[in-house]
Write a protein that binds this ligand. Structure first.
Ligand code: AMP
Length: 651
């Protein structure tokens, strides 16, 4: 039932060893680090901040005690007491509006005089601090943006110390590409106040590229590469065009920022506002009331608008429901298409920023596009970016975490801890998908050189199946349970057809950076779904060796188990067809033949039950013979069924 075609591309990936960073390379700079003196990566964000660490298994986010990755960059100052930082400060911001500082990053290293009228819209007070720099008058004190950032950084340092179990004194900290020297220096000062040495300040877009392994590999690159980083977060949109420049024989490559463009007043919050505007307008039209929400209710409305927006990133519709007054309820369904029309002008503005960044960079050929920021989870945003740049953007990593992960990669490159890094010019372990019964169909074989592409046709196993779950696996073993699960996604909305009829083409594409894109498309309806993953994340060279060794040890047993799983799947389908036909023609069959046929059915069912109970105990040859015996025995019944249908029976 399966057709296979593979076409490995001829070229080999072009990864190089890298001392990556901003500006010229850092060859010769000795930075030592060990597990007792680790260097972490920190994304000090406007809204949220994160800390990450990179060891042999690759970069990972260090979570707080409650398992949360994001720390809100929010600090509430309390006269005569310690400030409240993070989740708690944000949760109670509405209650303590004048003492809760958020978005402090916007003021880092900036003069008070440069601030426009918009500071008047903030609930806390922005004043002229030391040297005329912007500061905040909170809890009876004047606090600098560096001090606010230092509280956030200290909280991140504590998270890291708890997770790593050792003191953390050094970090790579990211800043927007457009930050000037004063803003970068303010960021270093904030780190120092928090008891951290910022051993490197890295541009956020550069960190995002590093997280994808761009410019952080073990191989030497000979030509430059141009990367666009499209960052669409909660409050801002930044587009950066970077060039990764190969170094000379004695130096590493480096990233150069060719241009940046953006809109500091355009983010996911504006999309929430558009939903809020829709709801309040319709409530006014329907109920004739102009709604005056108190602050707490406004916040609730904002949360509700945001969750509707998030729902629409994965579902086709979201229900909007607002109760107000004594017994009034506004309710309506917002469909994905209507939502997309509504946000189209906002998305178009982000594409304008792309256009400006491209023009300022001299309209270079773009090699890669990387997505950053929570708002890039919106399918219409991805579609617009894909359409503008004419290539699939990188989205395998969590767009909220990608900058921190990249900062951790930079930290590990600087500290030389990545001894065990995997070479990525080949696929280190085979890649495939789960098929019926828990077997793995491999599409890309281990050691294929990258880039590589493989496609294979699959079908459904149940009549009328309209959704298919695609489970992407990595490993050399034959069964799902023995492989590493790397992604799952659903292909939805297939028209109902009998089992085995839909033609679902699954494509695996591993690009030159080792990033895997899996696409599933049903031919008749054109329905498609896709996912992107980095199969080598979290995988060490030692893991690869172990998985390979296990596949040899278990080769014979695995083959037997795979065969049994396939036999169960095909036998089930055979039994279904035979039993359906038998129900129709049973009264036309002679008793002796019927007895033979039913005993063949029972025998095959017995093998299936035994296989499901314990696949290892099954004799695959005996199972196969039982299946063949039923095939032979059913020939007569099929003849009767066909004759009957030719007679115009009820078939
Ligand atoms: P960031 O500033 O990168 O943390 O991005 C935060 C923004 O991303 C907020 O406006 C969120 O509402 C938005 N966001 C997060 N997840 C999703 C999602 N699944 N779909 C749409 N927007 C999202």
């Amino acid at each position: 039932m399966r057709e296979r075609k593979r076409d490995d591309a001829a070229t080999v990936g072009d990864w190089i060893p890298a001392d990556t960073g901003e500006g010229p390379s850092i060859t010769g700079m000795a930075v030592t680090s060990s597990s007792t003196d680790p260097i972490v990566g920190i994304d000090l964000g406007t809204t949220n901040s994160l800390v990450a660490y990179c060891d042999d298994a690759g970069p990972r986010i260090l979570m707080d005690e409650a398992g949360r990755a994001l720390l809100p960059s929010v600090v509430r100052f309390v006269a005569g007491a310690a400030p409240v930082i993070g989740h708690d400060a944000r949760a109670h911001a509405v209650e303590y509006p004048v003492d809760t500082v958020y978005s402090a990053k916007r003021f880092m290293g900036r003069g008070f005089a440069e601030q426009g009228a918009s500071v008047g819209e903030l609930p806390y007070s922005v004043v002229a601090g030391p040297h005329g720099l912007a500061a905040f008058a909170v809890a009876g004190d004047v606090i600098t943006p560096q001090q606010v950032a230092a509280h956030v950084l200290r909280a991140l340092k504590e998270i890291a110390e708890r997770q790593l179990g050792v003191p953390v004194q050094r970090a790579v900290v990211t800043v927007p590409a457009y930050f000037d020297d004063a803003q970068r220096q303010a960021t270093r000062d904030a780190a120092r106040l928090a008891g951290l040495e910022a051993i490197r300040i890295v541009n956020e877009p550069t960190a995002a590229a590093l997280a994808y392994g761009i410019g952080a590999s073990e191989r030497r690159r000979t030509s430059s590469e141009t990367i666009v980083v499209y960052d669409f977060g909660g409050g801002t949109c930044d587009v950066s065009v970077l060039q990764l420049v190969p170094g000379g024989p004695d130096e590493g490559e480096f990233f150069q920022v060719l241009s940046t463009a953006g809109d500091t007043r355009l983010g996911g919050d504006d999309i929430d506002d558009a939903i809020i505007a829709l709801v309040t307008r319709e409530i006014r039209d329907e109920f004739g009331t102009a709604l005056e929400f108190p602050p707490a209710a406004r916040q609730a409305l904002r949360n509700f608008a945001e969750s509707a927006k998030i729902t629409l990133s994965s579902a086709d519709s979201a229900t909007l429901e607002v109760s107000f007054g004594v017994d009034r309820t506004y309710r309506r369904v917002l469909g994905r298409a209507e939502f997309e029309t509504m946000i189209a002008p906002l998305v178009a503005r982000t594409i304008d920023a792309c256009r400006r960044a491209m023009r300022d960079a001299g309209a270079p050929e773009i090699d890669r596009v990387v997505l950053v920021g929570g708002s890039t989870r919106i399918p219409a945003v991805r579609d617009a970016v894909r359409a503008f740049f004419g290539r699939e953007p990188y989205a395998a990593l969590d767009p909220d975490q990608v900058v921190a992960l990249g900062a951790a990669v930079q930290a590990s490159v600087l500290s030389g801890t990545r001894r065990d890094l995997l070479l990525v010019d080949v696929v280190p372990l085979s890649l495939g998908i789960e098929t019926v019964g828990g077997a793995v169909a491999k599409l890309v074989m281990r050691n294929s050189s990258i880039p590589t592409r493989a496609t294979e046709m699959f079908s459904t196993s149940v009549d009328g199946q309209i959704n298919v779950g695609i489970h992407v696996l990595q490993g050399e073993r034959e069964l799902v349970a023995d492989c590493r699960s790397i992604a799952r996604f659903d292909l939805r909305g297939i028209p109902p057809m009998p089992a085995g009829i839909p033609q679902i083409e699954v494509e695996f594409l591993v690009d030159a950076n080792g990033i895997l894109a899996v696409t599933a498309a049903e031919r008749r309806s054109g329905r498609r779904a896709a996912v992107q993953v980095i199969p080598t994340y979290g995988l060490t060279a030692a893991d690869v060796d172990r998985m390979e060794a296990e596949s040899f040890t278990h080769a014979r047993e695995d083959m037997q188990r795979h065969r049994v799983v396939d036999l169960v799947a095909t036998s089930r389908l055979d039994l279904k067809w035979i039993c359906d036909a038998l129900a129709r023609v049973r009264d036309e069959l002679e008793p002796a033949y019927l007895e033979t046929l039913e005993s063949a059915i029972m025998s095959l069912k017995g093998h299936i039950s035994a296989a499901e109970y314990d696949p290892r105990s099954v004799d695959a040859n005996a199972f196969y013979q039982a299946k063949e015996a039923l095939d032979r025995a059913s020939v007569r019944m099929h003849e009767v069924a066909i004759t009957r249908s030719l007679r115009g029976g009820t078939d």
